[in-house]
Design a protein around this ligand. Structure first.
Ligand code: PRP
Length: 206
């Protein structure tokens, strides 16, 4: 049987996840010196480094057993897997933001909102019964209102620096976000002891 595979989100969450692995007394030396390698040994486990949305894809297909991914990605790409644990790292909020002082909710014209998270944005405005036009942007969404492409953005806000430094402000917060541990449905049945053991160790380390 192959080792239990753990899919990690590359980038912002990576360092904080490795800190948790260190507290679990796993050998993270290969992960810390990965170079361009994408699959790294981790004390008898295998760590796989992937983009957030791909972590969900690998977990759903069962090629990785345990995934570490932001709640933002889970909300945008809901799928069939178990969400087991809140790691309390990568904390930020989803928010609707716009140019400082702009009254987003006034007037009857249909507003345009730019976002990397069209499903999250659509659900937010649907629940308000508000008709908006949503434009998908791949990154630095704050550019869209600055270029007059949109009146608002739906995006993650952590320190608020990006908004502030670009003359934008939060209009409304949508929901708090943090990193979660997800597990493939079949893996949890077939390799229950190994997976529960790993997750309970993680729980103790946070
Ligand atoms: C995220 C997010 C905001 C910024 C918020 O982007 O989309 O732009 O961080 O953080 P702050 O409130 O601390 O300024 P990221 O840097 O991950 O890059 P991206 O926009 O290219 O996805």
């Amino acid at each position: 049987m192959r080792p239990i595979r753990i899919a990690l989100t590359k980038g912002r969450l990576e360092k904080e996840t490795i800190k948790i692995f260190d507290k679990m007394q796993l050998d993270t030396s290969e992960l810390k010196n990965k170079g361009r390698r994408l699959i790294l040994p981790l004390s008898g486990y295998e760590a796989v480094l992937a983009k957030a949305a791909d972590v969900i894809t690998y977990i759903e297909h069962g090629v990785c057993d345990i995934g570490i991914v932001g709640k933002d990605t889970i909300l945008e790409y809901p799928g069939s897997f178990y969400e087991m644990l809140d790691l309390n790292i990568g904390k930020c909020v989803f928010a609707l933001a716009g140019p400082k002082g702009f009254d987003f909710y006034s007037g009857y014209s249909v507003k345009t909102v730019a976002t990397k998270y069209p499903n999250v944005a659509r659900a937010f405005f649907e629940q308000k019964g508000m008709d908006v036009k949503i434009i998908k942007i791949e990154g630095s969404v704050e550019l869209a209102p600055l270029l007059n492409l949109s009146e608002g953005i739906v995006d993650l806000v952590e320190t608020g620096n990006t908004l502030r430094e670009n003359g934008l402000e939060i209009i409304e917060t949508i929901t708090p976000i943090s990193a979660r541990v997800i597990v493939n449905v079949a893996s949890l049945k077939l390799r229950k002891t190994e997976i529960e053991n790993f997750i309970s160790q993680m729980e103790k380390a946070i």
